[in-house]
Design a protein around this ligand. Sequence first.
Ligand code: SF4
Ligand code: SF4
Length: 159
Amino acid sequence: MPIAKVNEAGDITILKHIYFECTASCSDCCRVNSIPVTEKDAQRLLDNGLEVDQFLESLSPVLIPSTNVKGGFIKAHMLKKKPFVKECVFLDSNLLCKIHSFKPLACRLYPFAVRKSDEGFIAIIHPDTICTFIDIDVKEAKSNTIEIVQNLISLLSLE
Ligand code: SF4
Ligand code: SF4
């Protein structure tokens, strides 16, 4: 669901007023989501002291179908889940992220995501979100869409 358009100059046009605040303590997304790890994510993990062995053990290679590339698939890596409990390998026993300050971009954007557009990008509520803490169609006075989108812009500018 689109919440705002952002042009190349960084101007924001709100499409939907929402209110969201992550409780961080539920960690439902760390149990359910499949997290892609980009090359920049990988570099950040290694730059922040993750041992190479631990880094390699935390990833699963996957092929993602794509009509945009020759061969029809993109090679990618996803964060592994722990066996049996099926939660992210970096979720600790207190339900906190062990790599919080340098976690993959997808984790930092969640429960939102961005799609490229001709003008810049569109900020959306992640299509697979399981987060139940997003209030949709709130009154403008209660909305924090603008802060959410500004945060997405700043996260993307760091990439
Ligand atoms: S499911 Fe939503 S509220 Fe819970 S940790 Fe994830 S983003 Fe935060
Ligand atoms: S890396 Fe951290 S925030 Fe991302 S899914 Fe794993 S535990 Fe959750």
